[in-house]
Design a protein around this ligand. Structure first.
Ligand code: URA
Length: 257
């Protein structure tokens, strides 16, 4: 068999060195820092093409991949599909999020059990009636990792959107207009006990279930929309840092089993 490079990620199966666990941040700028976070060791870069940057590291002797997905479902779907083609079987998204419940604080992490599918990419992998649910072993690993790292975790339903502005009912966009479909939708999700907005979980969870592999999502809270629309540099740092601390500990647990 040839060691063929996948089209977008510029990786071959042999470059992954048998890794079956991948951490998926959105931002290529976060990949190196995640790969260098303890308990990971021996971090090194494998490839960088467009928004897809990949590093490999080791946790308890096992290889773990860190690949950025870019923002949103379409680019994430390419990373997930190509990593699965190369042998990855456990996917862990690590990102940031806006909370929509008043009891959630900046710096908390949200562990997604299921996601509202307001993305488009997941519908190309399974019909809309199909659920976007996290794998129970990944949820358990994330909850245990949060407890181990002393990071407050909220566990529940996430809303994934294709747009940051109208889809998350933000009025501070260029036009200031939110189409009627989305006017009042944040209050509806709040009443339905949805915890947060972000932009990739539903795509990942739907694809993973459809492909028969494990996936989960942990996101650090960088803004609480019941109090503010503004993400400060400090809040961004706190949310990102806590999500990464939990994600690397969970990836190490998942790589071991
Ligand atoms: N990411 C999102 O998608 N929404 C937020 O409010 C913050 C981060």
């Amino acid at each position: 068999m040839t060691d063929r490079s996948v089209y977008h990620l510029a990786l071959t199966a042999s470059m992954l060195d048998g890794a079956t666990v991948a951490l998926l941040p959105g931002d290529p700028g976060r990949v190196e820092g995640i790969a260098r976070t303890a308990p990971f060791t021996e971090a090194r870069e494998l490839a960088h093409k467009r928004e897809y940057r990949t590093w490999i590291a080791r946790a308890a002797g096992r290889p773990v991949i860190v690949t950025s997905t870019g923002i949103g479902g379409p680019s994430a779907s390419i990373a997930i599909d190509e990593l699965a083609q190369l042998g990855v079987r456990t996917f862990l998204r690590v990102g940031t999020t806006g909370a929509i419940q008043p009891h959630v604080d900046i710096g908390d992490v949200i562990v997604t059990t299921g996601a509202v599918r307001l993305d488009g990419a997941s519908t190309h992998y399974a019909p809309i009636e199909y659920p976007a649910v996290a794998h129970h072993e990944v949820v358990a690993a994330l909850v245990a990792a949060a407890a181990e790292r002393d990071v407050p975790a909220r566990v529940g339903i996430t809303c994934t959107t294709d747009t940051f502005y109208p889809g998350q009912e933000r009025y501070d966009s260029f036009s200031g207009y939110v189409p009627r479909r989305f006017q009042g939708i944040t209050e509806e999700w709040r009443r339905l006990h949805v915890l947060n907005y972000e932009m990739e979980a539903a795509t990942l969870l739907t694809m993973a279930s459809a492909m028969g592999v494990r996936a989960g999502c942990v996101a650090g809270v960088v803004v609480n929309r019941t109090r503010s629309e503004h993400v400060s540099a400090d809040d961004l740092h706190r949310g990102e840092a806590n999500a990464v601390r939990v994600a690397v500990a969970a990836a190490a647990r998942l790589a071991a089993c």
